[in-house]
Design a protein around this ligand. Structure first.
Ligand code: GDP
Length: 473
């Protein structure tokens, strides 16, 4: 009926200022309509241009997505026409996983931006460990790569590899023809080969390949921004430069009903009643790091910067008027951190009189792979963290990046544990909520070494937690 298209201002807020589209079946994804019950309104509104790009993308996805005529026709053509220039009606980028869930979510977000900028349909290759975490993001379609796709179990031997092509500079040798499918590896690696992904000569080549299989564990958005043509688009899409992840992650990642039930129940039972919620993410990259010493560093950071009050050891404080409640959400694989902090604040009053309650939703003990229940806990932990008023995160952790970006939070970065040679401070406030890109290009497209990131690219800065990383500011 004609009234169903009418959006009143209240509904507009619920759709994040037009970022989200209406028309989804509410029961199949409750978080999509209920998120505002837990999440504070964001001060950042999406630009009209971003909104129109998203609607255009949704149209494209509906036309070319799985189980459409166009999908079947195009895929057939791509599979059959190996090693010829192939013009197809739809183009695809298939995202494939690498590393933990945080790494995967930041790279999916970057891949989605790339898909939008290059008119490709993004399909995600989800194993069972991720199928139940998120709602479908695109109306009346699916983003999941169908199991019967020939690219589900693609073979590196049979797929051309981007890096080899770039190195052989096949781009200039167009007589040989381009492949119809190409594998791009943008993962972090110790060898760190220069990928030239930001360069026109690479993008000119990629544009002609109808199907890309992209694997990354990185938020490679800064390298997209380094490309002149993409840069012009991105400036229009994101006039507030440091909100790329914030907008796109809130667009893409809606907790599934199972995740949402646990998130909202945990939040309402433990966190909602507090005057302030503090998120503390303690990640040990090496499980043998002494936990007591880490606890000590964390405490020094949070009391020095008044994130949490000190204990009133002598119990002399007379200022008990301030009976505000601060809920601390400890997120870590190890239960010791929550237990220690809880018993500390249970046993003694604080100098400010504030009451500190400590909660830890999970303690998995170790990182597990291809495990759906484990991933569910990780997603719930990230989402709950993102609802905090203030965050302290472990530097370099992409798990923390997801939480800070979703929540539009500039976290206190807990610097490298113990071996703190690169920083004189224990922790420092970050300057933006964007994830850090850990393997940015080191060369300009002509091969010269990249110097002075900020003078070449005004919206990029070196990350606080990684001196060679870059991020949007
Ligand atoms: P990163 O390694 O810190 O950059 O973050 P990732 O998310 O990519 O990989 C770490 C993985 O370990 C997570 O995805 C979880 O599977 C697990 N993990 C690490 N820390 C936590 C935590 O605090 N809570 C939960 N539930 N899982 C965690």
């Amino acid at each position: 009926d004609s009234t169903s298209n009418f959006v009143n201002p209240d509904d507009n807020d619920k759709l994040l200022g037009g970022l989200l589209t209406s028309g989804f079946d509410e029961a199949s994804c409750k978080s999509r309509t209920q998120f505002h019950l837990l999440r504070k309104a964001s001060p950042h509104k999406p630009s009209p241009y971003l909104v129109s790009k998203l609607r255009n993308y949704e149209d494209l996805h509906r036309r070319c997505g799985p189980n459409t005529k166009a999908y079947h026709k195009t895929m057939m053509k791509i599979v059959r026409s190996k090693n010829h220039d192939t013009a197809t009606m739809c183009k695809y980028v298939i995202w494939t996983a690498a590393h933990g869930l945080g790494n995967q979510m930041i790279s999916m977000t970057a891949t989605f931006l790339y898909a939008m900028l290059t008119d490709r349909v993004m399909l995600v290759k989800f194993e069972k460990d991720k199928l139940n975490l998120f709602c479908e993001p695109f109306l009346n379609s699916s983003w999941i790569l169908p199991k019967n796709s020939p690219y589900w179990s693609w073979n590196k031997q049979n797929t051309e590899i981007y890096q080899t092509m770039i190195e052989n500079d096949k781009a200039s040798n167009s007589k040989e023809g381009l492949p119809s499918a190409l594998f791009i590896n943008l993962r972090f690696s110790r060898q760190n080969p220069e990928r030239f992904f930001h360069c026109d000569h690479s993008q000119d080549l990629l544009r002609k390949v109808p199907l890309l299989i992209l694997q990354s564990d990185q938020y490679f958005v800064p390298s997209i921004l380094m490309n002149r043509i993409f840069n012009l688009e991105m400036i229009k899409m994101f006039p507030e430069r440091d909100t790329v992840f914030h907008h796109l992650a809130r667009y893409l990642f809606h907790p599934s009903n199972e995740a949402w039930e646990q998130i909202s129940s945990y939040y309402n039972t433990h966190l909602a009643k507090a005057d302030e919620q503090i998120g503390l993410q303690i990640r040990l990259f090496n499980p043998s790091t002494p936990k007591q010493a880490i606890m000590h560093l964390v405490l020094r950071c949070i009391t020095k910067h008044n994130i949490l009050p000190e204990l009133d050891d002598l119990q002399t404080s007379t200022s008990r008027k301030n009976q505000t409640i601060k809920a601390v959400l400890v997120v870590s694989l190890y239960r010791e951190f929550g237990d220690n902090l809880r018993s500390m604040y249970l046993n003694k009053p604080t100098v400010s009189g504030e009451v500190i309650e400590v909660y830890q939703p999970s303690n998995e003990g170790r990182q597990k792979y291809n495990d759906d229940k484990h991933n569910m806990k990780a997603w719930i932990d990230m989402y709950l963290l993102s609802l905090s008023n203030m965050l302290a995160t472990t530097s370099l952790s992409t798990f923390g990046y997801v939480a800070q970006g979703l929540g539009n939070l500039k976290p206190w970065l807990l610097y490298r544990q113990l071996d703190n040679k690169t920083h004189s401070e224990i922790c420092e406030r970050d300057f933006s909520s964007e994830p850090c890109y850990h393997t940015p290009p080191r060369h300009y497209c002509n091969g010269d070494s990249m110097t002075g990131i900020s003078s070449s690219f005004p919206y990029l800065r070196r990350c606080r937690d990684l001196y060679f990383g870059v991020k949007l500011a």
